[in-house]
Design a protein around this ligand. Structure first.
Ligand code: AMP
Ligand code: GLY
Length: 416
């Protein structure tokens, strides 16, 4: 199978790595890719939200599977363009991707499907905002209705800040605060059958102890030794199946990956958000643990037949990823500094580095080009060992001004 992966972050590096370990995958192309990905795939310069350009490239290289990593191409209809040309694609159509692209649409579907989620109001005016904030109380949760790369949500006790965010966004969803640990569950779907992956946990706040602003995610681990038995089955029954049925009822067959972001509240699991693509950085740990070759599984979400796959196989042990972020992330990250220690980190036992926001610098080295620069992955027999290895490798990385959280998977490892 020839595969083309769209995107150039850590999630896409993890996808390319998983495809490279699949004996059924004969060649991998990526667009735009990154320096890390280029060691495993042929990179192409391309505007990945341009359906025509993507389709032309896919046809030229005779791709038998196009894997869409980020949300932007999904929301702009790149999957539709590929399906129209009969090219197998991993990722939902534009209409189905609105489950991520519009928080208001996602809430509407959840309500119609009876999916447990936070109570919410869609607000456009200052008085609607004020009423909703009064109704739900603190902590206030204010979400930009459109795509905001994981940074459109403000959770705060500060009323003025909540109102300011609502003003800046225009149309917002305001909702009740959900208490309890968060879990990311990824589910593959061909529209009829759904296959869950291993649940993972992400760390959304920028600093240790869940302090600081929300980010795209500062680290992740899998599996979750503390997760209640039966969690995945419960979420498949109460969330995933009703959502897929509701999407079918609306004529929007959901093919690709449904990211279910959950809060495990005292009243049971509640959906915090849906996304239409793999989570970043959770994918980096989930795919590390996947033993089933990935190519045919991703392809089956488009061509059908996920039902015939049975269940996925997982490696024993655990994986932890730590994000090395650029100075000032998530505000206005500093770009252009040269990264050292990559070879040393990759040489550590049970550890490797995925590139998230990197680019070539003049003399053949690699420089930081984004907010989340690297994802250092550690693996081991359990979370404790995986964590130690991840942090030993992080210590080898040199990037001026960079920072990382030191408490990724700390509590889960301590409870083992
Ligand atoms: P979202 O973009 O909807 O995923 O929100 C980003 C992050 O904000 C989530 O991962 C949570 O950490 C937090 N968040 C969102 N909605 C809520 C909620 N209703 N209650 C508590 N935290 C929330
Ligand atoms: N890590 C959160 C996300 O991918 O949306």
């Amino acid at each position: 199978m020839k595969a083309l992966v769209l995107g150039g972050g850590g999630r896409e590096h993890a996808l390319v790595r998983a495809l490279s370990l699949d004996p059924g995958v004969t060649s991998i192309h990526s667009a735009p890719g990154n320096p890390g990905i280029s060691e495993l795939a042929e990179n192409h310069v391309l505007n990945v939200t341009d359906g025509l350009a993507v389709t032309e490239l896919a046809a030229r290289i005779r791709a038998e599977l196009v894997v869409i990593g980020p949300e932007a191409p999904l929301v702009s209809g790149v999957a539709d363009a590929l399906r129209d040309r009969g090219i197998p694609v991993f990722g939902p159509d534009q209409e189905a991707a609105r489950l991520e692209g519009s928080k208001a649409f996602a809430k509407e579907v959840m309500e119609a499907a009876g999916v447990p989620t936070a109570k919410a109001r869609v607000c456009r005016t200052a008085s609607q905002v004020s009423e909703a904030l009064d109704e739900f109380g603190t902590p206030y949760v204010v979400k930009n209705d459109g795509l905001a790369a994981g940074k459109g949500v403000v959770v705060t006790e500060d009323r003025a800040l909540a109102e300011q965010h609502a003003r800046e966004c225009g149309r917002v969803v305001i909702e009740e605060f959900l208490d309890g640990p968060e879990v990311s569950l990824f589910v593959l779907s061909d529209g009829l059958h759904a296959l869950p992956l291993l649940p993972a946990q992400d760390f959304k706040r920028a600093y240790d102890g869940d302090q600081g602003p929300n980010t795209g995610g500062m680290g992740a681990y899998a599996p979750l030794p503390w997760a209640p038995a039966g969690l995945v089955d419960e979420v498949m029954e109460s969330v995933v199946r009703p959502t897929l049925v509701e999407m079918n009822r609306r004529g929007k067959r959901y093919q690709g990956l449904l990211y279910v972001g959950l809060a495990l509240t005292s009243r049971g699991p509640r959906v915090v958000e849906f996304n239409a693509r793999f989570g970043d950085p959770e994918t980096q740990v989930v795919l590390d643990r996947l033993a089933t070759p990935i190519g045919a599984v991703l392809q089956a979400t488009d061509t059908g037949g996920l039902g015939g796959i049975g269940s996925l196989q997982w490696k024993s042990g655990a994986a932890v990823t730590v994000v090395v972020a650029a100075e000032n992330y998530p505000g206005d990250p500093v770009k252009g500094d040269v990264i050292g220690g990559l070879d040393q980190a990759n040489a550590m036992e049970g550890a490797y580095v995925l590139h998230a926001g990197t680019d070539w610098e003049g003399s053949g080295g690699v420089k930081a080009s984004g907010g989340r620069v690297l994802n250092v992955v550690g693996t081991g027999i359990d979370l404790r060992q995986a964590r130690e290895r991840a942090y030993e490798a992080v210590a080898r990385i040199e990037l001026r001004g960079s920072f990382h959280r030191t408490d990724i998977a700390e509590r889960a490892a301590a409870e083992l």
